[in-house]
Design a protein around this ligand. Structure first.
Ligand code: ATP
Ligand code: MG
Ligand code: MG
Length: 550
């Protein structure tokens, strides 16, 4: 789209292409650590990385950043691949940092041979102390001047498993007084006797992020390595390592991570919610995970759209979760099929309609598109469920629903007039009695009567019962992550379950992943985990009302 101004990363890429850098080739990567499910923040990174490659006829690698054996699992790998595909993207190659362990080991040996890395026996506290503070330079540990030979031998022994966890590390030898703390002899390798989900027990030393990420970029010939702002201070180390190792010069660029209010996004916190059963798994519809949003009824297009709308920023900001809701509402308004369901039912009897008679009415699926995407039949009878709130005994002025003496249209059906409400001994309304106008049928109305209100309904003998789950935001505060204990701010009303709602029978044909607008009630989707034909379960994706103010 030429009309749209370029974001700063696109500007860099276009400049690189103009200069013939890397022959105009664009290769990005998406590098998740398989230690949790992807969330909406990752979607931002996916849309950016894959989007840039698409725009500049390049490619994107999927690289699992699996250098921490303790937290990584194959289940996460599978979910990540599934979510990326669902979002509508296809990677060029599926790669694993763990496949580079041998190469990375060789790189470390190369640094040692150049006198640029050393084995340090100090404890983690001593190492931290050796780095000094932002205002004071660090001091060398007694191991900093080991000979190349000794370092080579010790590093080989680290690999062979001669030492326990924490006994030794490999550090780069750069500058203990550098204003950038990341350059004060950063750790490159640590000892960890742990089983790795892919390499098993082959390795007991693992590279640190800074010695894995840029090197993996380089091994893959990544041209533009895009990450979030926290990594700005890592960039000098990224460049230093590539330069000293004399390998392909990938470049790192940073953008502002996506922050959303009323939610948490760190995988560590999301994992706590799952493990401590505050939610029903990673894909709970209240979770900001891709799988949670999918189960909630978000479409891939709405998420891609959201990511594009918020753009690529260079400064931290917080996005209103209302914008995400706006995006799904906008999508579902165009795509959702309209259906009727009554969530808080009260019975309505049409006294002048023959008991036992069934009439088949017709409703189009989607009034937003030409042709309506077909239509469905809706059975009608003399007994209907309507929403309890659509009747009032003593209505205020301008109440355009049912009250004694008032008329409304039943959607896709007839105009009815309310005659009376029947109550039980405690005064609760048990039945609303109406008469209908036979000549007022939708589409062939000759009654000449205009009514202001239209209400939805479901025929009692034909209704399918359904469980309906209404979701609200999971947290009560804008920034739960800033709380001492974010779990104390969980919204106790984030899930409201309606055990017995009544749905029009065509909803038996509902399919997971498809959005339905329950007329006047919101957008819903079939729960892809727990719904069965005998026990329909619908999740509310979002309400109809738009609270997002631009
Ligand atoms: P978390 O803090 O949630 O655990 P992470 O950055 O540790 O996230 P990774 O699996 O390493 O998770 O992330 C993979 C990619 O997604 C990285 O390039 C990272 O920068 C990007 N990413 C993660 N969170 C966000 C976010 N909120 N906004 C944009 N990009 C993100
Ligand atoms: Mg990470
Ligand atoms: Mg993390």
């Amino acid at each position: 789209n030429d009309e749209k101004s370029l974001n700063f990363i696109e500007e860099i890429i276009e400049e690189d292409i103009r200069n013939g850098k890397h022959g105009g080739r664009v290769l990005t990567r998406f590098p998740p650590e398989p230690n949790g499910y992807l969330h909406i923040g990752h979607a931002k990174s996916i849309v950016l990385n894959f989007g840039l490659a698409q725009k500049y006829m390049g490619k994107t690698n999927l690289r699992f950043d699996d250098t921490n054996p303790v937290t990584e699992e194959t289940e996460y790998v599978e979910s990540i691949k599934n979510d990326i595909k669902w979002l509508g993207f296809q990677w060029a190659e599926e790669l694993y940092t763990s496949d580079y362990f041998e190469t990375l080991y060789g790189y470390a040996v190369k640094l040692i041979k150049k006198g640029l890395a050393y084995v340090d026996d100090s404890s983690s506290e001593e190492i931290a102390a050796s780095k000094g503070t932002p205002t004071e330079p660090g001091k060398p540990t007694p191991y900093r001047d080991r000979s190349v030979e000794e370092n080579l031998r010790l590093f080989a022994e680290m690999r062979e498993g001669k030492y326990p966890d924490g006994a030794k590390v490999l550090r780069a030898k750069i500058d203990l007084a550098n204003p950038n703390m990341h350059l004060r002899d950063p750790l490159l390798y640590r000892i960890k006797h742990a089983h790795h989900h892919r390499t098993g027990n082959k390795w007991c030393i693992y590279p640190m992020y800074d010695f894995a990420h840029g090197q993996s970029d380089s091994i893959e010939n990544i041209t533009h390595s895009i990450c979030t702002l926290e990594f700005i201070p890592h960039r000098p180390l990224y460049d230093w390592l590539i330069e000293q190792l004399e390998i392909f010069p990938s470049k790192q660029y940073e953008f502002a991570r996506l922050n959303l209010n009323y939610t948490v996004m760190s995988k560590r916190k999301l994992l706590q919610l799952v493990n401590e059963k505050y939610v029903d798994g990673w894909d709970d519809p209240r979770m900001p995970t891709i799988s949670g949003l999918r189960r909630r009824g978000y479409t891939p297009a709405s998420i891609r759209n959201f990511c594009e709308r918020i753009g690529v920023a260079k400064r931290e900001n917080i996005i209103d979760v209302g914008l995400l809701e706006f995006c799904i509402r906008e999508d579902l308004n165009q795509t959702a099929w309209r259906r009727m369901a009554v969530l808080d039912p009260v019975k309505l009897v049409i006294t002048n309609y023959p008991a036992g008679k069934t009439e088949t009415l017709i409703g189009e699926n989607n009034p937003e598109v030409e042709g309506g995407e077909g239509e469905r039949s809706i059975p009608f009878s003399n007994e209907l469920w309507i929403e309890r709130e659509d009747f009032m005994e003593n209505p205020p002025k301008k109440f355009f629903r049912l009250a004694p003496g008032l008329m409304v249209r039943l959607k896709h059906a007839y105009i009815i007039k309310c005659d009376e409400a029947v109550k039980d001994s405690e005064g609760n309304i048990t039945e609303i009695r109406c008469t209908y106008l036979p000549e007022s049928k939708s589409g062939e109305d000759t009654s000449g009567i205009k009514v202001k209100g239209t209400i939805h309904w479901v025929s009692v003998p034909h209704a399918k019962t359904a469980e309906v789950r209404l979701y609200d935001r999971l947290f009560n505060v804008e920034n739960p992550a800033a709380e001492e204990n974010f779990k104390l701010t969980i919204n106790p009303e984030s899930l409201q379950i309606i055990e017995k709602a009544y749905a029009e029978p065509d909803l038996l044909n509902a399919v997971p992943g498809k959005g339905y607008q329950f007329i006047r009630k919101g957008y819903f989707t079939l729960d892809d985990q727990q719904s069965t034909p005998d026990h329909l379960v619908f999740n509310r994706t979002v309400t109809l009302r738009d609270t997002w103010v631009k």
